[in-house]
Structure formats: C-alpha cells, structure tokens
Design a protein around this ligand. Structure first.
Ligand SMILES: [Zn+2]
Length: 245
C-alpha cells in the first residue's frame, strides 16, 4: 500500500516536474525574445547574410553587451545560430517566433486603423505592446473580421495563416532614378514623425509617384504625386519603399 502510494506520489512529482520545466521554457519566450526575433528577421530580410551584434544593437537601441547576452540565451533556446564572421541567423523555430509576432503586430495595426480610425503613425506603438499578449485565437478572429487583409496600414505584407510572407520586391525610393516611377507601398513604421509628415501630404501606401530629380549624397528627392511635387529628405526617401508601377 505504502509502496503504491509512494509510486503514485513519485509519479505526481515527475508530472509536476515536467510541467514546471515546461512552464520555465515557455516563460523564457519573453517579450524581449520576441522583439529580438522580429528585429533579426527584419535585418535578415534586408539581405544581410547574418546579422551582426552591432547592427542588432543599433536597430534595437541597446548596447552591444546587452545584445550579446540575449543572443546567447536565444542560442540556448535554439532560436538563433551563430555564423562565423557573419553574426547570427534565425533557425526555423526562431523564424516561426518572428513571423507569429509579425502576423499579430500587423493584424492589430490593421484592426486599430479599421475599427477605430486610428492614424497610421499611432497604430504601431499600440501594436508593439499588444502583439505579445493576444492569443492566436484572437489573432484569427481579427483576421476573419477584416477579411484576411494582405497588408497593414503602412503597406507591410501580413504573414498568412501558414506564416508565409511574400518575397520583398520593393526598392527604396532613394534608389529610383529621375524619370522612374513606382507605387509607394511600404514605409518603415518605426518613425512616427515620418509617418505624420507623409500623411499630412496625402502620401499614403498605394499612391503612384514619379522621381523628378534627385540630389547627390543622399540629398532630397523631388517626387511628383498627381500634380504636386514634394521634396523628400534623403533619410525619408531611404525609408520609403516602392513597387513597380
Ligand atoms: Zn508596426
């Protein structure tokens, strides 16, 4: 009897032990881990072979020391691999984390803009917080309510239900030569003052624009939208992406 009870208790302890370890592992997928995965993903997508600690630190506004500590942890979690001389890359598991968070982020942005008419420079800040907290189920309800949108209000593609994201075929506006035109599709959502500046000039994703002139050394780019010509600063023109007209 005692033996049985002991065996039972031992069994319970093992189960509890497993649960605890499971919780610990889940607990390690913190907001920070998700933010890092997202940042590495976006830097990788810009064509870097691997992402250096410095590039990541700059992107996240953190010190390289803090970043390498976190990368070590993510390595232990099998979310990143270190590539000699090239920094880190996401593993398939790391990419999944990034795409899940991106899907939530962009669906939330689309929902806030659609349901509350929130401006595109404000939705990002809200989504940065909420992306870590909504369940997959709520994410799917939002997607359904919006009719499975393909893009967020900034023009960024939303990963689909299978977490696939179309190839990025856009170019930075600053790369276009005078006489070339394209459709403005994406602007980085990280700088809300840029977003406001564009919105005030009615330059929103979907408008067609033509480069009239371009100053050297990252100087302003003169862009025609309809019958208006705008002078857009070099930093702005670098953040704006256009797809073929
Ligand atoms: Zn955003």
């Amino acid at each position: 009897m005692d033996v049985e009870r002991n065996a039972q208790r031992k069994g319970e302890e093992t189960t509890h032990g497993h649960e605890r370890r499971g919780r610990e592992l889940l607990g390690r997928r913190t907001e920070a881990v998700e933010d890092y995965a997202k940042a590495i993903f976006s830097l990788q997508r810009r064509g870097n072979r691997g992402v250096s600690t410095n590039a990541l630190a700059e992107h996240l506004g953190l010190s390289p020391g803090a970043v390498s500590g976190m990368l070590k942890r993510m390595d232990e979690m099998h979310l990143v691999v270190h590539e000699r001389y090239h920094g880190v890359r996401l593993t398939a598991a790391g990419e999944k984390v990034a795409l899940e968070v991106l899907r939530h982020h962009r669906l939330i942005e689309a929902y806030l803009a659609e349901a509350f008419g929130m401006s595109w420079d404000r939705v990002h800040a809200e989504a940065e917080v909420l992306e870590h907290y909504i369940s997959d189920e709520l994410g799917e309800l939002i997607a359904e309510a919006l009719g499975d949108p393909e893009r967020d209000p900034h023009g960024d593609p939303i990963p689909d239900r299978q977490l696939t994201l179309p190839q990025d075929e856009t170019r930075a506006l600053v790369e276009l030569e005078p006489g070339e035109s394209g459709v403005f599709t994406v602007v980085s959502d990280r700088d809300s003052s840029m977003l406001r500046y564009l919105a005030e000039r009615d330059i929103c994703p979907g408008v067609e624009l033509e480069v009239e002139d371009k100053q050297p050394f990252e100087g302003p780019v003169l862009v025609r939208v309809g019958d208006q010509v705008h002078s857009l600063g070099g930093a702005l023109a670098r953040s704006m992406r256009v797809s073929p007209a």
